[in-house]
Design a binder for this molecule. Structure first.
Ligand SMILES: *Cc1c(COP(=O)(O)O)cnc(C)c1O
Length: 368
């Protein structure tokens, strides 16, 4: 086997998480699985197919290119795309039956001119990121009512759903209600109203409406600290030892020798680095699992490789190193990696590089 590192994706975990999240959603609410950024690094097509086969009814992506990739693969479930320039080429997306989010009057006009589209009007209820500015919502709604577009959805995004009790959550829900009422006055009653992300699914039942949008939780990371929903982490990142050397005490390891051995020990070379998504912040801080033990990363993580201090473990060439995995008793988790790297699990997962092959276990899935 020539593979020296791989991200193993457990499609049974994706299936389990999809069913669990669909079960948590309000009784008549559908479940959109957010498969942007190559399904948070897990591989978009196997994840999309597995989720659709296990209770998901919608797919969410950012770019039109991502939506068209799903269509080109023969996936015909509803797809919503939500991030593009106002002068993008919308005709292809409309022909492919891709729903388009609208956050400015300019986007609305260009989409309406490109063909009969399904649009989801996005209102900024307090995140202050995308979505039409609150003051411009009535005008956007009126413009949509007058144009040849089907307003299939009205939606918004929560700023702080992962912070239980944060007062901004209910303020945004109230604003969303107000936005729906304003749209209703213009005769717009969409098929799907949607507001909740993963954290909203597990912790803000009042935000579920007709559709929930599951990102992080689909991949098995609990989205709200202290709220255990029973999700299963889908990705294991593992590699093989490609060099093993016994070194004496007092030896400097990796660039600038920021790790110095304090006894005779065994150094193991792991063939992935920051170009593959191992954060440089894990230098001298992170751990990996080797022979069932947690062992420290010794010295600087380099672009393509790093070194682990294996102590006296009898490591041989080709032995498995689990960088992060599903079971915290067996290996570090992606949440621990995120803490070491001072980031969130999303950034770790989406940062796993293109050089690392994705392999799949679990659910039978069609290839492609
Ligand atoms: C990425 C994204 C999501 C998924 O968010 P999670 O917190 O990972 O569930 C949902 N909605 C929008 C608009 C997004 O951009």
């Amino acid at each position: 086997m020539g593979i020296v590192a791989e991200a193993v994706v457990d499609l049974d975990a994706i299936a389990h998480n999809t069913r669990l999240l669909a079960g948590l959603a309000a009784p008549r609410a559908g479940t959109m699985v957010v498969v942007k950024a190559n399904a948070f690094g897990h591989g978009v097509l196997p994840v999309a197919r597995t989720a659709l086969a296990n209770g998901a009814s919608w797919l969410g992506v950012t770019s039109i290119a991502e939506a068209l990739e799903l269509r080109a693969a023969g996936i015909d479930a509803p797809v919503l795309a939500w991030l593009y320039a106002h002068d993008d080429d919308f005709a292809g997306a409309i022909r492919a039956g891709v729903d388009l989010s609208v956050s400015t009057a300019e986007h609305l006009a260009a989409i309406a001119a490109a063909g009969p589209a399904n649009v989801h009007l996005k209102v900024d209820t307090g995140l202050t990121r995308n979505g039409v500015n609150w003051a411009e919502w009535p005008a956007l709604v009126e413009a949509a009512a007058a144009l040849r577009v089907n307003v299939r959805g009205i939606w918004s995004h929560l700023a702080s759903a992962d912070d239980p009790g944060n007062p901004s959550i209910m303020r945004q829900v109230d604003r969303f209600e107000e936005a729906l009422a304003i749209a209703g006055k213009s005769g717009i009653t969409p098929e799907v109203r949607h507001l909740a992300n993963s954290a909203g699914i597990v912790d803000v039942p009042g935000a579920h409406y007709d559709l929930v949008r599951a990102g992080l939780a689909l991949y098995g990371v609990e989205p709200v600290d202290g709220v255990i929903a029973g999700l299963r982490r889908a990705m294991t990142l593992r590699a093989r030892a490609i060099n093993v050397k016994r070194v004496p005490s007092g030896i400097g390891v990796s660039y600038l020798h920021q790790y110095v051995t304090d006894r005779e020990t065994t150094m193991v070379l792991v063939p992935v680095g920051y170009a593959d998504g191992v954060p440089r912040l894990l230098s001298n801080r992170g751990e990996v699992a080797l022979h069932g033990e947690r062992r420290p990363i010794a010295g600087r993580v380099a672009m393509d490789q790093f070194v682990v201090d294996a102590g006296d473990l009898p490591v041989a060439l080709g032995d498995e190193i689990v960088l992060f995995g599903a079971d915290p008793a067996a290996a570090p988790t992606v949440e621990e990696w995120a803490a070491w790297a001072q980031t969130n699990p999303h950034e770790i997962l989406t940062g796993i590089g293109a050089r690392v092959p994705r392999t799949y276990v679990g659910q039978e899935h069609p290839h492609g």
